[in-house]
Design a protein around this ligand. Structure first.
Ligand SMILES: [Ca+2]
Ligand SMILES: [Ca+2]
Length: 374
């Protein structure tokens, strides 16, 4: 039946329902293809923790939570139907407040359209709300192999529009690293990009990772990777020896891997941090992965992959509280000037504008397997 013809019939169908000559759809039934009840509910509201109507976020295959709520305060919604991009129609029951949250995985980048309709217990329906959101293409991740071996620039992949240039002194290339070549630092210089890499307050969160090697445990805080604000690194991933991490009452600080977030862009800012004393071994290549997840409200530090493969996971409540609009640095932090310059090796640096899953963390961060000799 053509839509125009259907619309002409709708008032008639509504009259039939009102007079009991035609049954209204049951609350738990699949929504009918033909509209038999005139709209009497307001269009439902649709929000998402991750996806946005104005900014490309997430990615194809990246599930996001979507919350449906009644359009009108008096609407007693018991069920929603929804479909993505005109595909299969699903239903979900509303809770006692008339809201429902579902996980939906976009199947295409750029524009996606979610159609949502509300139903009450009397079989009234709202008509469809359309939530159009933008899904990011998988090009917003950055990788610096540090394989160059010569010159003063580390190029980025998959596109080289965030090359990192050497500044300061004491930065040299090494033909050996975790994979291919790497960079060595003496605590006097670093690599910096020409512009910002991550939007640190993105609702999709972010993941940053580096393979690091400390020939000897250095003094003080040492930052492998960070992103600048005006005065302070918004995050820094690296080594510290100024915190009592092991939880005992010994009162003494411990050598530790840490992922640190500054709560404001000031030199004296309070910090949210996760640290571990696991696998702090001089001379060993070690993978550090820091993850900021705004959906769970937690920050995490993984060392040598997830616990599922023998790695270490430490987490705490925390979110990125401000946008760091400065450069991305490899080999230093920022704290009222360059701070915590690295002394040792860094390799295979990555930055992703989303939360890595366990497979990605382990693909990146699993230690090189050393088979026992027979
Ligand atoms: Ca490398
Ligand atoms: Ca201690």
């Amino acid at each position: 039946m053509r839509a125009a013809a259907l619309r002409k019939l709708l008032p008639v169908a509504g009259l039939l329902v009102a007079t009991g000559l035609l049954a209204a759809p049951a609350a738990t039934a699949q929504p009918l293809v033909t509209r038999v009840v005139a709209s009497s509910l307001d269009l439902p509201q649709v929000t998402s923790h991750l996806y946005s109507e104005s900014e490309a976020l997430g990615g194809v295959g990246r599930p996001g939570d979507f919350t449906f709520s009644p359009g009108g305060a008096a609407d007693e919604v018991v069920q929603y139907s929804y479909s993505l991009n005109g595909g299969r129609v699903f239903t979900v029951a509303a809770d006692s407040t008339g809201t429902a949250t579902v996980s939906i995985t976009p199947d295409t980048s750029s524009f996606n359209e979610l159609a949502v309709e509300a139903f009450d217990g009397a079989g009234h329906r709202s008509g469809k709300s359309y939530f159009t959101f933008l899904v990011a293409r998988e090009t917003g991740s950055w990788y610096w192999s540090l394989d160059e071996g010569t010159g003063d620039t580390a190029s980025s992949r998959p596109v080289d529009n965030r090359p990192a240039l050497i500044s300061g002194s004491g930065v040299t290339w090494s033909p050996e690293g975790r994979s291919g070549g790497s960079a060595n630092f003496t605590g006097a210089g670093e690599f910096v990009t020409g512009s910002t890499v991550l939007r640190t307050t993105s609702p999709a969160g972010f993941s940053v990772a580096a393979w690091v090697r400390l020939p000897a445990l250095p003094d003080g805080e040492r930052t492998a990777i960070s992103q600048d604000g005006e005065n302070r690194s918004m995050f820094s991933l690296g080594y510290r020896d100024d915190l009592n991490v092991d939880g005992s009452d010994d009162g003494s600080a411990d050598p530790a891997w840490c992922f640190t977030l500054a709560e404001t862009d000031s030199a004296a800012a309070a910090e949210t941090r996760v640290c571990t004393t696991d696998d702090v071994t001089p001379g060993e290549w070690t993978s550090l992965t820091g993850v900021v997840n705004p959906v769970t409200g937690k920050i995490r530090l993984y060392v040598n992959g997830t616990p599922g493969i023998g790695g270490s996971l430490t987490e705490t409540a925390g979110v990125a509280q401000w946008d760091a609009t400065g450069v991305f640095a490899i080999g230093r932090g920022l704290d009222d000037g360059p701070a915590g310059r690295w002394i040792g090796g860094i390799d295979e640096v990555r930055a992703a504008p989303r939360v890595w899953n366990d497979v990605e963390i382990n693909t990146y961060g699993a230690p090189v397997t050393e088979w026992p000799e027979e």
